[in-house]
Design a protein around this ligand. Structure first.
Ligand code: ADP
Ligand code: ZN
Ligand code: ZN
Length: 831
């Protein structure tokens, strides 16, 4: 059948679905939407039989898919794109580089609030009449539906106080009593304020006088009018009426004045209206005293700009306390003035509140903040704020690189060496620092990497000329770097001077500091009370049922916890194996340090800062504030205390267990330990008049790495390490790809990993494929793991081709019928 209308071409859209599928999906555009679809806009589609999901349009065309009948899109959500072309390009790059699906990138990029969810709801079947067929519980459900028209699953669960209601719902459907349907709803809700104002008829002085007179008989209504006028002096300036007054000023909805107010609204004297407001506190820019850059800082800014004339990336290597933030601020201001956007990345925002507050004071409302402790709604507001030009400048954590920028002039990656820029799970397993470099390139912008302890990779690129290098070697205000003391705990133990985990030297310094009201930071990079419990009689050790690790003892909550899978157990009173009461804790974490200080110095105000004490949204900020105003004497923490904190009054930093970091069996251990120790130490003595001291407890004070930390000899560390890396062909001389094979059965996992490694080595060469071997923790969440490490030289090898070969071989394994339910994870540039 040919008809006249077929002349008009049918439109199709290729969609990115936020699910792990390898390709785009083609859907058909209903005729009424054909003029409205745009690349980057969201649509709702049916995916599979049951799911309704949000997808983003990547392409519009008129070619029907050859293999399948395209379904219609159900709804178009946006008139204007919410994903920019730059983003689509970036998502594609990330998917290709990190060997994952573009849908997985979209899924991480899009805040949950922009993804529509569908919710099953239950509604009465209008044709239902056999009420006597119902069981008691079913009857309760039906009664409730009659009251509310419809119910969600959760509402039924609450009603019946049961968590599994599927059988009841099934039965109701079977009896044709109810109908199920999907309700699609947008999660993002703008924040709304209800306001009132005078209707236009009353916005003149004459009308107002007349009104006041006519209300004389009604005291309450007159009060409302007068209150309104006291806030909004319409007499003086009629324009003020337009903005109105928050309705809440007159009390809640059931207050006495509310009813009078409603009468006034009904009479047409006042009118009610709503406005959308931002969830973010409005701070005007420039609400801070201007800072003059020092000569060193001015020089650094000039050098960075000079490098940017020829180079895409500059590394700013400035020691702790050198004043890098002010250098960033100067550059950001210039780029914003030129009309381009700026992105400032931080490892973990919560951990750097001080910088954020400083930036907010300088840049005010043009600055958006984006991090993991924000609610969905807040994230959507940042996203939309960038799209509509409100936020020209964003400070955020790694996922902020996926925000909808369209004109980035500069990306700053502060503390660029931090491993938290790398996402481990789920895919995309990206490193935001590296993606930032590509992204600036796509926008024709520049990248500035900053650190006191650069990653070997970045420093290598900077000294080999690929990046520009700018150094700041003095602390601001000529404050001295702290002095060090290495405390030999082996010796102290022999002389019986140690008190539990504390050396006598550290105790003396703590006493001195408490007496002089100066603050101390104590660093132990392990949370909980102790990493395991052990029976003295039979050597039983607390172990996780699902993972191959010991359970950490948490004293306050009286629990044993697995730090890998979250498994929790009660603390046994006696040994579960032999019944002996002699169960003791071994090793120590932050909680034990805190406990011991409380025992030794009951007068000291101690606060612990680790993942366990900072789960709540503002917990971290609260601790920082308390410490800042002197409400805390001793701050005990994990690596959280090492990041970017800037306090005036910290004169002692104590470091426990330095050897564990240094001896970690991993090729980056030396680099990492140097970075960690230097960063923590950098929290001490940041004022010129208050020199700081760092006390490191170690069993081996003579080791080279500690000497380098003490001398702040980054270059020495770099040179010896880079030699090793070159010799053994590790990054930056090669790229590493880790392929992890997982299976519930150890032998199957091992066999699959061996087969895979052989296939890989067959093509890539034996020297490039290491393993398989079990990782440090061999079993996690009941899955046995085997790692294959692939080293690919930077030169000589076609990285792209090698990667697609690896991907092919992995797919072979995944689709091998003899290896049921095998899982394989590919991590490109694993850390
Ligand atoms: P870094 O990030 O390099 O460790 P910061 O940027 O935190 O160092 O600066 C260290 C301290 O010096 C901060 O308290 C900062 O306010 C102060 N500071 C830096 N530059 C200046 C300046 N030009 N004028 C006044 N104070 C400054
Ligand atoms: Zn025992
Ligand atoms: Zn576990």
């Amino acid at each position: 059948m040919t008809s006249f209308f077929e002349e008009e071409t049918t439109l199709f859209v290729d969609l990115i679905l936020p699910v792990p599928v390898p390709s785009l999906f083609t859907y058909r555009v209903p005729r009424e939407l054909s003029g409205l679809v745009k690349v980057g806009a969201r649509v709702i589609v049916q995916f599979g039989k049951k799911r309704v999901i949000t997808a983003v349009i990547a392409k519009i065309h008129s070619t029907p898919p050859p293999q399948y009948q395209a379904k219609y899109i159900m709804e178009l959500l946006d008139e204007q794109p919410i994903v920019t072309n730059h983003q689509l390009e970036l998502f594609k790059w990330v998917a290709e580089y990190y060997l994952c699906n573009i849908g997985e990138v979209l899924n991480v990029a899009l805040p949950a609030g922009l993804k529509i969810t569908s919710q099953s709801r239950i509604q009465l079947n209008p044709e239902f009449e056999y009420e006597d067929l119902l069981t008691d519980q079913e009857a309760i459900v039906i009664e409730e539906i009659k009251k509310h028209q419809t119910l969600s699953y959760e509402e039924v669960e609450r009603l019946l106080q049961k968590s599994n209601i599927t059988s009841i719902i099934k039965s109701l459907v079977g009896k044709r009593a109810v109908i199920l349907y999907e309700e699609v709803k947008e999660r993002y809700k703008p924040k709304v304020v209800k306001k009132i104002r005078l209707t236009s008829a009353y916005v003149s002085n004459a009308a107002l006088s007349a009104l006041a007179g006519s209300l004389e008989k009604n005291q309450k209504q007159q009060d409302i009018l007068l209150k309104y006028l006291s806030f909004i002096p319409v007499y003086n300036n009629p324009d003020l009426n337009q903005k109105g007054l928050d309705k809440s000023i007159f009390g809640g909805d059931d207050s006495i004045s509310a009813s009078s107010l409603n009468t006034l609204i009904k009479k047409g004297i006042f009118e009610q209206f709503e406005i959308f407001i931002s969830r973010f506190e409005e701070i005007p820019a420039g609400s801070t005293t201007a800072i003059t850059l020092t000569e060193t800082q001015t020089e650094a800014v000039a050098q960075i700009q000079e490098h940017f004339k020829h180079k895409e990336v500059v590394l700013l290597h400035g020691i702790t306390g050198s004043g890098k933030t002010e250098v960033y601020i100067d550059l950001i201001r210039q780029v914003l003035e030129s009309g381009s956007q700026v992105l400032f990345l931080l490892p973990e925002i919560a951990l750097t509140t001080q910088i954020v507050v400083r930036l907010k004071k300088v840049f005010g409302d043009v600055m958006g903040i984006y991090h993991s402790k924000f609610s969905d709604n807040e994230r959507v507001e940042v996203w939309k704020g960038i799209l509509d030009g409100k936020f020209q400048f964003v400070v955020g954590v790694r996922s902020a690189i996926f925000l909808p920028f369209d004109n980035l002039g500069l990306i700053i990656v502060d503390e660029e060496h931090e491993s938290s820029y790398k996402q481990h799970d789920p895919a995309p397993r990206y490193n935001a620092r590296d993606v930032a470099v590509i992204m600036s390139y796509m926008h024709n912008g520049k990248t500035l990497l900053g650190s006191a302890t650069p990653s070997l990779e970045s420093y290598y690129h900077a000294t080999s000329g690929r990046y520009g290098l700018v150094e700041m070697k003095q602390r601001f205000g000529n404050a001295a770097l702290p002095t060090f003391e290495l405390i030999d705990i082996k010796k102290e133990k022999k002389q019986k001077k140690m008190k539990n985990e504390f050396s006598s030297v550290l105790i003396e310094h703590l006493q001195h500091n408490l007496k002089h009201k100066e603050q101390t930071i104590l660093f132990q990079n392990r949370r909980g009370y102790s990493p395991y419990m052990q029976c003295e009689e039979c050597n039983w050790i607390s172990e996780c049922a699902n993972c191959d690790v010991s359970l950490t003892y948490h004293m306050k909550v009286r629990e044993l916890r697995c730090h890998y899978c979250g498994h929790k157990e009660e603390v046994p009173r006696t040994c579960p194996n032999c019944g002996s009461p002699k169960v003791r804790t071994i090793g120590f974490g932050t909680e034990k340090i805190e406990d011991e200080i409380n025992l030794m110095f009951p007068e000291a105000r101690v606060q612990r800062m680790d993942m366990d004490t900072t789960r709540a949204k503002n917990a971290y900020q609260q601790i920082i504030q308390d410490f800042e105003v002197g409400g805390i004497d001793i701050l005990v923490g994990t690596q959280m205390v090492s990041k970017g904190l800037d306090f005036d009054n910290v004169s002692i930093v104590g470091i426990f267990d330095a050897d564990r970091m240094i001896n970690f069996p991993e090729f980056r251990a030396t680099e990492r330990a140097f970075q960690m120790l230097t960063q923590v130490s950098g929290r001490a003595g940041r004022r010129a008049d208050k020199p700081g001291k760092v006390l490191i407890q170690t069993a081996n004070p003579g080791q080279k790495l500690l000497e380098r930390v003490v001398l702040n000899d980054y270059i020495g560390m770099y040179e010896s390490e880079i030699g090793e890396r070159e010799k053994y062909n590790y990054p930056p001389f090669s790229r590493l790809i880790k392929v992890t094979v997982k299976h519930i059965d150890e032998a199957t996992a091992n066999r699959a990993a061996k087969v895979l490694a052989e296939k890989l080595a067959g093509n890539l060469g034996l020297s490039r494929v290491l393993g398989p071997q079990p990782p440090l923790v061999e079993r996690v969440r009941n899955l046995f793991l085997f790692d294959i490490l692939i080293k690919l030289e930077r030169e000589k090898i076609n990285f792209k081709a090698a990667k697609s070969f690896i991907q092919e071989k992995v797919i072979d394994i995944l689709t091998d019928k003899t290896l049921k339910s095998i899982q394989v994870v590919i991590d490109v540039d694993c850390l």
